[in-house]
Ligand binder design. Structure first.
Ligand SMILES: [Zn+2]
Length: 386
């Protein structure tokens, strides 16, 4: 890879012909059309938060360095930004009056700035490395330099590595925050479209977790039909089975649940009632587990993390059981006491026992001292598995 240091290019040069696409949330071109600011392997613009974009302008006003910027030289007349697109998009948007910064306590757009401050920004000279080389070499280097700064998410990296028509189409559908479906999807998918987490989720579901294999296989595809259809099927299925949207639904493994339970019939009305009851149960610690619990036929109580007895309760029940057992010369585990082996009279230590619900939680038993009994670990496990 050949690199050339350039210090003659100014903010004004870059902003000549600057285009910002509001819809896609990216800076597109600059440098009189010679510079592509966001090639497809780059992440979306994420500095538009009133902090990081403002910090770029503040730096210029205070003569702080903006840091190194890297261009890839495609031909003598064509460049792509390899590193620095967030900074470039920030000053490009500022110079085109897309946001304001505070100067002496006053919110100022570029057009309202004093002429000497405007000039100061436009005449800022950038430190730019122009690089020439083969694509794989440049991409592997891109991976290396991006370790600094805001780290790339996994999917942003994958988009860079497997860039091509499939990624471009995938991003158009799943990474576009203007897509009206994003709001509906965000009830079930966590993260942000901008950081590629919806795209990641969609590929994760259709590939059953093999994201990179899927991206490599479909890299040159000129459509994303399968990806889109599968994602829509999962979302439609969840939103049909569970009529009410709960915040704990976000980010669950809906792809896996869809594969496991899609053939089962459910009555949305009954399911809705079940969700309400489980949500109202104070003994359930994991509301996230409620959905899979219902889908699986309300049997796997482990998913709900039903509240366990606290140490004070266990100690108190243990003490009571032990005193009574010693009086009768039987084991302090009620199940050992009625058995026929050597444990019939064994007094277990507290550490050798576990608390059990006399009347099971699933049958309405409460997690309070009246419903607690201590069993030896073997008997507790045997009972728990029933
Ligand atoms: Zn026992």
């Amino acid at each position: 890879m050949k690199t050339t240091l350039r210090t003659d290019i100014t903010v004004k040069d870059i902003c000549d012909g600057f285009v910002y696409n509001q819809l896609e949330g990216k800076g597109l071109f600059g440098l009189s059309g010679k510079l592509t600011i966001q090639p497809e392997y780059q992440r979306n613009y994420i500095y538009a938060d009133g902090k990081r974009d403002v910090a770029v302008i503040d730096s210029m006003l205070k003569d702080y360095p903006l840091g190194l910027i890297y261009f890839v030289k495609i031909t003598n007349e064509k460049f792509e930004v390899l590193d620095g697109q967030q900074r470039i998009t920030s000053f490009g948007r500022f110079v085109t009056n897309k946001f304001a910064v505070k100067v002496d306590g006053m919110e100022q757009y570029f057009e309202s700035l004093a002429p000497e401050l405007q000039a100061k920004i436009l005449n800022t000279e950038l430190t730019i490395y122009e690089c020439e080389g083969e694509e794989p070499e440049i991409k592997s280097w891109f991976k290396t330099i991006n370790i600094a700064g805001v780290p790339l998410t996994n999917q942003e990296l994958n988009n860079a590595i497997y860039s091509g028509p499939f990624v471009t189409l995938g991003k158009e559908e799943f990474s576009n925050s203007q897509n009206a479906n994003i709001q509906k999807w965000s009830a079930y998918v966590s993260g942000s479209a901008n950081r590629q987490e919806f795209l990641e989720c969609a590929i994760d579901w259709v590939s059953k977790g093999k994201i990179e294999d899927y991206m490599a296989l479909h890299r040159k595809d000129d459509n994303i039909k399968e990806l889109k259809t599968y994602f829509t099927s999962v979302i439609d299925w969840v939103s049909t089975v569970f009529a009410d949207i709960e915040s704990e639904m976000k980010g669950l493994e809906w792809g896996r649940l869809y594969e496991t339970y899609k053939k089962q019939p459910y009555s949305p009305q009954k399911v809705s009632q079940q969700v309400k009851e489980l949500y109202a149960d104070p003994y359930i610690k994991s509301r996230k587990g409620v959905f899979e619990y219902i889908l699986g036929g309300s049997t796997d109580t482990k998913l709900l993390e039903v509240r366990v007895f606290d140490e004070a309760t266990k100690k108190s029940v243990y003490g009571k059981q032990k005193t009574e057992a010693e009086k009768k010369s039987i084991s302090n585990c009620p199940l050992c006491a009625v058995g026929n082996n050597t444990n019939k009279t064994k007094i277990w230590s507290l550490a050798e026992m576990d608390a059990d619900h006399v009347s099971a939680w699933s049958k309405g038993g409460a997690t309070d001292i009246k419903n607690c009994e201590m069993l030896c670990k073997t008997h507790n496990r045997a009972k728990g598995n029933k």
